[in-house]
Ligand binder design. Structure first.
Ligand code: NAG
Ligand code: NAG
Length: 219
């Protein structure tokens, strides 16, 4: 009985160590695009929300996201990055990571989805398993020290059906936005609406083409 307990406890500790995602802030603005809040925060320590995006291969963009966990805790929390033609929500392509708390002994399960902001609401774009596997790879996520961290690789120019225009080619200048909030199995809930809150969405001040954050040989 005691042995069993110890084994389970050791396993949990190990998973925590192995899974640790490091968001390297070096190169922000040159080799990667970063949005962190509050200004000057450390994404591995005290950012309330943050995203870092870099090109890691031909047509492959690595997305790292971090958010402080919502208080009181929720069973599912999302961090989303939106690619927008303007600084407002509406007609944006969104990639969102949802992390579910599966309970003390199971840990946290990350999922990544593609969605679309139709006006002020957000709709998931249905991808079948093959399309999802083509679009997203290398998903990892965890909750450590009251921080949600998620990482995945996404195709810049999706090699899948464009779903009547809901799947976008991201090789183009966009405003980037990041938001967090609680999620439900099939959708995300509205993000923080209080402008003074640290988890109110952040928006880039200028448009950015994700493809420009790469070494030339990757473009
Ligand atoms: C962070 O990135 C820089 C520049 O790419 C690299 O030199 C450095 O070793 C990285 N730091 C860690 C801890 O990985
Ligand atoms: C959304 O943006 C795209 C690209 O600029 C544009 O072609 C499309 O008409 C827009 N759709 C809506 C519903 O505004």
């Amino acid at each position: 009985m005691h042995l069993l307990f110890l084994t389970a406890a050791t396993l949990i500790v190990n998973i925590g160590k192995i899974g640790s995602i490091f968001i390297n802030g070096t190169g922000c603005g040159t080799t990667k695009m970063c949005l962190f809040r509050p200004r000057g925060c450390d994404p591995n320590l005290d950012c309330t929300i943050g995203v870092a995006l870099s090109i890691v291969g031909p047509n492959q963009m690595n997305v790292q996201m971090v958010a402080a966990t919502i208080v009181p805790p929720v069973q599912q929390q999302y961090i989303a990055i939106a690619f927008s033609h303007d600084k407002l929500m509406g007609n944006d392509s969104v990639s969102e990571c949802v992390i579910s708390n599966m309970g003390e002994f199971v840990g946290y399960e990350p999922e990544v989805y593609l969605s679309y902001n139709k006006g002020k609401s957000n709709d998931r774009v249905f991808l079948n398993d093959d399309e999802h596997a083509e679009m997203f790879t290398n998903l990892a996520g965890e909750v450590v020290d009251n921080r949600l961290v998620c990482e995945f690789t996404q195709q810049v120019m999706p090699q899948i059906d464009n779903k009547n225009g809901l799947v976008w080619n991201l090789n183009s200048p966009f405003y980037l936005m990041a938001a967090t909030g609680s999620a439900q199995p099939d959708e995300v809930n509205v993000h923080e609406l209080n402008r003074d809150s640290h988890s109110f969405p952040i928006t880039s001040t200028e448009t950015i083409n994700p493809k420009s954050f790469a070494n030339n040989n990757l473009n």
